[in-house]
Design a protein around this ligand. Structure first.
Ligand code: IVH
Length: 677
C-alpha cells in the first residue's frame, strides 16, 4: 500500500503538471523548460506504476491510450452540431450583415467576434464534475462517434478543468465544441516517422488529424501530435449565464480549455472585413492551417432570436480564403518504390511558381486518386498548396486535353525490378513483392544508416547506390562484411573514404538494441516503440517467438505494432538476419533478464484469469493490462483451465460458472495486494 506521503506527492505532482499544461497550452507561456516538465512527469508515472491503487482516470499520465476498440459507440448530440454557411468575398459578407439587421429589425453596427476557421476535425467534449467524460465527432450532426479514448491523448485537452478563481462554481456538466488539429511542424515530424516506418504519408494536417482521431487503437493516436482549440460552450446564453460570446471564450480559457488567441471583438462588419484581409496573408505565418474566418454575432440573446436553419446558424458565417492555385502541365508520371515496396505515383510538372516557391513535382498519392481525377501524362492541371505540404493536383483542365492523351495505368509489375506488384483486396497501396528488389534494398539500407537508427555517417544515398549496384550489399548484415579494397574501387570512393566508412560501420555496432530494432525497418515500429520494446525485452534475441499479445502488454504498444513485429520475428529469414548481425559483432542488447525477473516473481505469471463485475480502482481493460504485463493471460469465458476469476461488484454468470467448476475466485482487494508483490 502507498503511504500517506506517497499519496500526497502524487497529488502534488498532478497539480503541478496540470498547472504547467495550462500555462503551456492555454496561456501559451511555458513556465519551465521541457526537461523539468519531463522529470516531474516521469516521477508521477513511476509512482503510479509502483502504486496502481493510486491511479486516477484524470491523472495527466492517463493520456497514453491503451484501449483498443472493436468499433466506435454512438453519441447523440445534446444540441445538433451544425455546419457553417460560406462566403467567398466582401459582398457576401456584407449581405450577411444586412440579413442579420433585417432579421433583428435593428440597425447596426453589430458586434461580431471574428475567429480563425481552424482546419481540423470538429469535436464535442463533455465534462462531468470537472472531469473529461466523453468526446464525440460531428458524425451526421445529430449523432457522432464516441472517440473519448482517442481524445484523452490530445495534448492540451484538460482531463480536469480548473475551478480556481471562478465567480461561480463549475456547472456539474459542461459541454464544449472545438476543433482538433495537427500543427504543420507536427505533421512534418509525423510524416518523417511514417517514412521511416514505411507507412504512407499524410497529405495534409486535416487528413492526419481526422485519421488519427478515428483509429480504434488509442496508443497509435497517442503518438500523433494532435492539439485542440475550443470555440463554443453549449447553453452559454441560457439562465443569464453569459450575455456575450467574447466573454464565453474568456471563460473557456479560465477553466483551462485552449482557445485560439487570435479571436477579435469587432465593432461593425467593416472591422470584420479588416480582420479577414489581414489574416488572408498573416495565416501563412501560423504553425497550423486555417481556411477562413468564422464571423459570429457577439450578443447571445440576439443569436437565440436568429436561430438556425436545418444546416447553419443564422448568426454566423464563414469567410473562406482562396487557396492559391497554379496551372501547369504533367510532363510524366513516375512511380517510386519505397522501403516496404510501396509504389507511389508522383507527377513531374513543368516548373511553375506557387505561393512563393517553384513547384516541379506533385504527389498523386495512389492509383485510386489518379483514377478518380483521371490524371494523364501530358494533361494541363490545376495544382494547389492549400494546407498540403506537398502540392497536389486538384483538377484536370479537360478542355485543354490532347485527344491522343492516354489514360494512365498503374503498372502491375515493379518498375525497378520487374517483380509482380500486388495490391491486396481492399487496400489502396500496391507493393512490389520482391524483398530483394534493389529499390527496397536501397531504401532499407538508407533507413538502417539514418541518424536515428544506426547513425552511420558516410553511408548516404550515393554510397548505398554504389554498394547495391555493385552487388556487394543486399542485406544490412552484409555491410559489416565489407572490405577496404573493393569498396575503395567503387566510383568516387577511394581508399581514405573506404577506410572511414569501415571505421564508421565498426562504431555503429555498439549503438544498442533500440536503434538496431528501429533500423531493421519493421513496419510501424518507430523509434519510440523500439525503445519501449527493448526496455522490456533487453535483447533483440529475446523477441524470437514473441507473440503479438505479449508485445501488446507493453504500455504504449498497440496491436498494429505488436502484430507487425510478431510477424517479422516469426519469419525465419529475419531471424537468420538477426543471427548474422550477432555473428558480425553487432550489439543486440544486454541480458534479457529484466523481463525474466518480473515474470518469475509474481503470482500472475502463466496463470489464466477471467474478469467479471465492475472494479472500483481499475477499468477491466486496465486490470487486464496489469495481468498481462506480469505474464498472465486473460480470457473471456470461464473454463476448467481458468486459474482465477477476478470478481468485482455485481459479478454475474461468470462467478456462478467459476463456483460450478471449482475455479478459485479473488476479489479486488486481493488483486491489488498481488499487484504489489
Ligand atoms: S463555430 C454552428 N468556430 O468549421 C457552428 N467552427 O465548416 C459552430 N470550425 O463544424 C462552429 N473553426 O468544425 C466554429 N472558430 C470556429 C471554427 C469552426 C473551425 C469548423 C467546425 C464546423 C466547421 C464548419
Amino acid at each position: 500500500m502507498a503511504s500517506i506521503d506517497t499519496g500526497q506527492r502524487v497529488k502534488k505532482l498532478r497539480e503541478q503538471i496540470r498547472t504547467l499544461d495550462y500555462h503551456y497550452y492555454v496561456l501559451d507561456s511555458p513556465l519551465v523548460p521541457d526537461a523539468q516538465y519531463d522529470s516531474l512527469y516521469a516521477e508521477l508515472r513511476e509512482l503510479e506504476d509502483r502504486h496502481p491503487e493510486l491511479r486516477s482516470a484524470d491523472s495527466p499520465t492517463r493520456r497514453i491510450g491503451g484501449q483498443v476498440l472493436e468499433g466506435f459507440g454512438q453519441v447523440p448530440h445534446s444540441e445538433p452540431m451544425l455546419s457553417l454557411d460560406n462566403s467567398y468575398n466582401e459582398d457576401e459578407l456584407l449581405e450577411f450583415d444586412r440579413r442579420v439587421a433585417r432579421a433583428l429589425e435593428a440597425e447596426g453596427p453589430f458586434d461580431y467576434v471574428a475567429e480563425l476557421k481552424l482546419d481540423g476535425l470538429g469535436v464535442s467534449l463533455r465534462y462531468v464534475n470537472g472531469s473529461f467524460a466523453q468526446g464525440a465527432t460531428r458524425g451526421d450532426g445529430k449523432t457522432g462517434e464516441d472517440i473519448t479514448a482517442n481524445l484523452r491523448t490530445v495534448r492540451g485537452l484538460p482531463l480536469k478543468l480548473r475551478s480556481q478563481g471562478l465567480d461561480r462554481p463549475l456547472p456539474e456538466v459542461i459541454e464544449v465544441r472545438g476543433e482538433v488539429y495537427m500543427t504543420r511542424s507536427g505533421l512534418e515530424q509525423a510524416n518523417l516517422q511514417r517514412e521511416m516506418a514505411g507507412e504512407p504519408l499524410f497529405a495534409n494536417p486535416r487528413n492526419a488529424a481526422a485519421g488519427s482521431l478515428r483509429l480504434l487503437d488509442s496508443t497509435v493516436t497517442a503518438g500523433r501530435p494532435l492539439r485542440l482549440f475550443c470555440y463554443q460552450l453549449l447553453g452559454a446564453g441560457q439562465n443569464g449565464f453569459f450575455a456575450e460570446h467574447f466573454a464565453v471564450l474568456e471563460y473557456l480559457k479560465r477553466v483551462g480549455l485552449p482557445v485560439n488567441p487570435h479571436a477579435r471583438l469587432c465593432h461593425g462588419i467593416d472591422e470584420v472585413l479588416d480582420f479577414c484581409h489581414q489574416w488572408a496573408d498573416k495565416r501563412k505565418s501560423l504553425d497550423y492551417d486555417t481556411d477562413g474566418v468564422v464571423v459570429k454575432l457577439n450578443d447571445l440573446a440576439a443569436r437565440r432570436e436568429l436561430g438556425h436553419t436545418v444546416k447553419f446558424p443564422r448568426w454566423a458565417m464563414a469567410f473562406k480564403f482562396t487557396a492559391e492555385r497554379a496551372r501547369t502541365r504533367v510532363s510524366s508520371i513516375e512511380i517510386q518504390v519505397g522501403r516496404t515496396g510501396a509504389l507511389t505515383p508522383t507527377a513531374n510538372l513543368e516548373p511553375v511558381q506557387l505561393a512563393g516557391t517553384t513547384v516541379a513535382r506533385a504527389s498523386l498519392h495512389n492509383e485510386e486518386e489518379i483514377e478518380r481525377k483521371d490524371i494523364r501524362e501530358g494533361d494541363w492541371v490545376w495544382i494547389e498548396k492549400g494546407g498540403d505540404i506537398i502540392p497536389k493536383v486538384v483538377e484536370v483542365d479537360l478542355e485543354a486535353r490532347d485527344k491522343h492523351c492516354k489514360k494512365f495505368e498503374m503498372p502491375s509489375t515493379c518498375p525497378v525490378c520487374g517483380a509482380l506488384a500486388h495490391k491486396p483486396e481492399g487496400e489502396v497501396i500496391r507493393r512490389c513483392t520482391n524483398a530483394s528488389c534493389p529499390a527496397q534494398v536501397r531504401e532499407r539500407l538508407i533507413h538502417f544508416a539514418s541518424r536515428n537508427a544506426m547513425d552511420i555517417r558516410g553511408l548516404g544515398p550515393a554510397v548505398v547506390d554504389a554498394l547495391v549496384e555493385s552487388g556487394f550489399v543486399r542485406t544490412v548484415d552484409e555491410l559489416y562484411r565489407l572490405e577496404v579494397e573493393p569498396v575503395a574501387a567503387l566510383e568516387r570512393m577511394g581508399e581514405k573514404s573506404a577506410r572511414n566508412l569501415l571505421e564508421e560501420l565498426e562504431q555503429s555496432k555498439g549503438r544498442g538494441a533500440a536503434r538496431l530494432l528501429f533500423g531493421l525497418g519493421v513496419r510501424f515500429v518507430g523509434q519510440r516503440a523500439a525503445e519501449l520494446i527493448v526496455d522490456r525485452y533487453g535483447n533483440i534475441r529475446a523477441l524470437e517467438g514473441v507473440s503479438a499479445g505479449e508485445l501488446e502488454a507493453i504500455e504504449g504498444i498497440g496491436p498494429v505494432i505488436a502484430r507487425s513485429l510478431a510477424a517479422f520475428m516469426a519469419e525465419p529469414r529475419n531471424r537468420e538476419l538477426i543471427g548474422r548481425l550477432a555473428v558480425a559483432g553487432v550489439d543486440l542488447g544486454g541480458q534479457p533478464a529484466a523481463r525474466q525477473e518480473l515474470l518469475e516473481n509474481n503470482p500472475f505469471n502463466a496463470k489464466k484469469f477471467v474478469l467479471t463485475g465492475s472494479l472500483e480502482f481499475f477499468s477491466r481493460a486496465e486490470a487486464a493490462e496489469e495481468i498481462k504485463k506480469r505474464g498472465g493471460k486473460v480470457s473471456a469465458a470461464v473454463s476448467k483451465k481458468t486459474d482465477y476469476v477476478l470478481c468485482g461488484r455485481q459479478a454475474g454468470s461468470k462467478l456462478i460458472k467459476a463456483k460450478e467448476l471449482g475455479v478459485e475466485t479473488i476479489d479486488e482487494a486481493t488483486f491489488r495486494s498481488w499487484l504489489e508483490q
